[in-house]
Design a binder for this molecule. Structure first.
Ligand SMILES: NC(=O)c1ccc[n+]([C@@H]2O[C@H](COP(=O)([O-])OP(=O)(O)OC[C@H]3O[C@@H](n4cnc5c(N)ncnc54)[C@H](O)[C@@H]3O)[C@@H](O)[C@H]2O)c1
Length: 377
């Protein structure tokens, strides 16, 4: 197979230094790269069911060629499975097979696999080696970067989590060829988010090239991906634990998570990226009120770009089987619970204009209600 390496990033976060490699057909290097980094022979591949059909056997072969004893854990993605039961299943396999401090977990899948496998790697024996091989666009440009790992717990998204970095990350865009359109677009939503919070040029690029990007034109897609990856690292560097600028990456997430949760964390109605799209429209609405703007420019800019990528801009309650008023009330309840956890502040990231944003801690409750009234129809 023709291996192409497009770009390498040297990352230094907390006390970890590691490499991110972006390329095509690069996973065949994973065995040798790991061999150079550990003397231990045990590897646990935690892999998405769908992806496993094409890559599990080749991966096992690659690791055994490099002298590793390989175990695997197949896992059905979807947010409903990002939970403790699944984590316990993996801990059991690690324990039964004598995994040690220098053994390795390989996370091969989307954000759900990366978050769950990363959480397990960060906690088992207080931390064993982790390698990310992200296979969705969301995982490539967002969840596998920056070290956040987590499980959902009861009604709280990412309630139990940690910060933990891999020993390297292989972003192999070959995986995107099989990714369903809906998941691909959900990944684009996070790229749009990056553009809105801090990069007007990237926003224009995305606005001007939707058909090529939606058709997965490799060069166009790589430009968009590098933009998002670099914006992510700009915000994470020096702020891994989210005390300042990293918070901006949560743009659209507070309102969006509540919609995701209330419309079904167990029966998924919205992909994570779709929830973020809805949350961003809501946040743009709050920005209009907060800055007492008398025009809808910022909301229109959000809606236009999201529509170009066929992402949701409102919740059609009835169509998805929910009663509008009840859904709004439940979303608000989640936001208020969140407020209690954050020193009784309603903290929101708001766009000052496209490509520039700031953190605000004093958003009035009724602005949030109005935003939900607008987004949830
Ligand atoms: N840690 C972070 O910083 C961070 C950031 C963003 C999102 N997240 C988390 O990521 C999760 C969402 O990630 P996701 O959108 O990747 O979801 P996901 O992992 O559920 O994957 C979505 C779907 O794509 C399928 N899939 C994966 N790779 C494929 C491929 N190459 N071809 C075909 N199908 C494939 C999966 O089977 C699944 O059905 C959420 O739980 C969210 O909280 C975490």
């Amino acid at each position: 197979m023709n291996t192409k390496v497009y770009k390498k990033y040297d990352v230094a976060l907390d006390n970890s230094k590691y490499e991110i490699i972006v390329g095509k057909n690069i996973i065949e290097n994973v065995g040798q790269m790991l061999r150079e980094r550990t003397k231990d022979n045990r590897v646990m591949i935690i892999i998405d069911n769908f992806v496993s059909k094409s890559v599990l056997n080749p991966l096992i072969e690659i690791f055994s060629q490099n002298g590793f004893q390989t175990f695997f854990h197949l896992f059905e993605s979807g947010k409903q499975n990002k939970n403790f039961n699944e984590a316990i299943n993996i801990y059991e396999k690690l324990e039964q097979n004598n995994f040690a401090r220098d053994s390795t977990i390989i996370a091969v899948g989307g954000g759900v696999i990366g978050d769950l496998a990363g959480f397990v790697a960060s906690t088992y024996l207080r931390g064993i080696n982790l390698i990310h091989i992200p296979t969705t666009l969301t995982a490539m440009i967002d969840s596998s970067l920056g070290g956040k790992v987590a499980l959902n717990f009861q009604l709280t998204v990412n309630a139990i989590g940690n910060y933990y970095h891999p020993i390297f990350n292989l972003i192999d865009i070959q995986f995107l060829e099989s990714l369903p359109d809906r998941d691909y677009k959900a990944g684009i939503s996070e790229i749009i988010k990056c553009a809105i919070i801090s990069d007007k040029k990237l926003f224009s690029f995305l606005s001007e090239n939707p058909s090529q990007i939606l058709n997965r034109n490799e060069n166009m897609l790589l430009v968009a991906m590098y933009g998002a990856i670099e914006i992510k690292f700009f915000h994470v560097s020096d702020d891994v634990k989210e005390q300042g600028k990293r918070l901006k990456l949560n743009y659209g997430h507070t309102l969006g998570h509540a919609i995701e949760t209330c419309t079904g964390i167990f029966e998924e109605t919205y992909r994570h990226g779709e929830g973020v799209a809805l949350g961003m429209v809501g946040a743009a609405h709050i920005a209009r009120d907060y800055f007492s703007s008398d025009n809808n420019e910022i909301i229109d800019a959000h809606e236009e770009i999201l529509k170009k990528y066929d992402l949701p801009i409102c919740v059609a309650s009835k169509e998805i089987g929910f009663e509008r008023e009840k859904l709004i009330a439940e979303c608000l309840k989640i936001i208020l619970k969140d407020k209690k956890r954050k020193e009784h502040m309603l903290r929101f990231i708001l766009p000052l204009e496209i490509g520039n944003s700031a953190i605000f801690n004093d958003i009035p409750e009724d602005y949030i209600q109005k935003a939900y009234n607008y987004v949830i129809r």
